[in-house]
Design a binder for this molecule. Structure first.
Ligand SMILES: Nc1ncnc2c1ncn2[C@@H]1O[C@H](COP(=O)(O)OP(=O)(O)O)[C@@H](O)[C@H]1O
Ligand SMILES: [Mg+2]
Length: 227
């Protein structure tokens, strides 16, 4: 696999690598914040690539506006691939998660039960190899999933689970309410923005040049001027 090179992001990638190392050694969480278009998703992509190259399993979900009101839709996105591990939980936890995710009918469990069950499931999934949970666009995640996942993110000590999330600046997510570590992704400076400039191996094919006067084009957005 050829690793993607992100121009101008050596510092941010260093922070992410330290986080990945900590997470796979003993559990860790990190929230990336920054303006829309600044490059958070690109950093999540890079983190995913690095984690997978190091042998970790990656579960990735993204908040979406159309699902923000659908309770547990985010949790469902994250946990759906863990069917095998789900079967290994005790019956009460298994049922709580299946009902919460809409996989089976039944009386809903208390949120604390669901939260503990989700935590147990993630820890179990990380038993064989490190697990990285990536949550993009956190503010759009439905509220109850955010609560459950933030609960888990605060209790990763001694596991090999990493939580890496991204949210726009000022969104006030439940992850920063929980006091989890944050890293602010800043707009790229001029040198790093120019494709082909020193240290930047990304070329025009990777990042199309902005059309004059069109805010929101990829490269405009990368330097944070579009918003
Ligand atoms: N380091 C970079 N150099 C050049 N372009 C980048 C860089 N990082 C991101 N981009 C481009 O900028 C645009 C916005 O980045 P994205 O990661 O989606 O921002 P965010 O998730 O913060 O909204 C995308 O088209 C992306 O390819
Ligand atoms: Mg994004």
């Amino acid at each position: 696999m050829i690793a993607t090179v992100l121009a101008g992001r050596d510092g941010d990638l260093g922070v992410i690598q330290t986080f990945l190392d900590e997470a796979s050694a003993g559990g860790a969480a990190l929230l990336l914040t920054g303006e829309p278009g600044v490059g958070k998703t690109a950093l999540l992509d890079a983190a995913q690539e690095r984690a997978m190259a190091a042998g970790a399993r990656v579960l990735r979900a993204a908040g979406a506006q159309f699902e923000a009101d659908v309770g547990f839709s985010g949790l469902n996105q994250v946990l759906l691939p863990l069917g095998t591990e789900l079967a290994g939980l005790n019956a009460a936890q298994r049922e709580a998660l299946k009902v919460a995710q809409g996989l089976t009918a039944g009386p809903p469990s208390d949120r604390l039960v669901v939260s503990n069950a989700a935590l147990a499931l993630l820890r179990r999934a990380a038993a064989a190899r490190p697990l990285l949970v990536i949550l993009d666009d956190l503010p759009w995640l439905d509220r109850v999933s955010s609560l459950v996942l933030a609960f888990a993110a605060c209790r990763l000590g001694g596991s090999r689970v990493g939580f890496l999330a991204a949210a726009r600046t000022g969104a006030g997510t439940l992850f920063d309410a929980g006091g989890l570590p944050e890293h602010e992704v800043r707009p790229l400076d001029g040198a790093a923005r120019r494709p082909g400039s020193s240290g930047a191996r990304a070329g025009p094919a990777d990042y199309p040049a902005p059309r004059p006067g069109r805010a929101g084009e990829p490269r405009e957005r990368a330097r944070g001027t579009g918003y």
